[in-house]
Design a protein. Sequence first.
Length: 167
Amino acid sequence: MRTLMIEPLTKEAFAEFGDVIETDGSDHFMINNGSTMRFHKLATVETAEPEDKAIISIFRADAQDMPLTVRMLERHPLGSQAFIPLLGNPFLIVVAPVGDAPVSGLVRAFRSNGRQGVNYHRGVWHHPVLTIEKRDDFLVVDRSGSGNNCDEHFFNEDELLLLKPHQ
């Protein structure tokens, strides 16, 4: 079983999979008579069909026991999906490139510092949200519309991956 190396989450390293949502190094300008700084266009919401809607939800996720065996990934072929941490806790991101099925050897892992969110591009394979320290809340922006927007892929035993956040 291959152990995933956990990389720091940076815009450059994550670009193939989506957007890193953070204020550090992002374009910004003042609004509201100079009382508010707007960090502009941190991510773009993608939807497949004109009648689809972007929606906002809150996900409350329980911490996962670590180390974790990565047995499956999912993707959303009809829209992007963004996770923005609300409580400032670090979390893990496991992703694989767009394709008919994820390739175990191409799976990568990242660690958010708790002030960074991610926006998965349409079709990017990813693990369901992975909190590591305690229960956590995430603001989620994704798509509502007709059609199946969640495909799951379960790895064969010889493709399983190990995630160890405290390597």
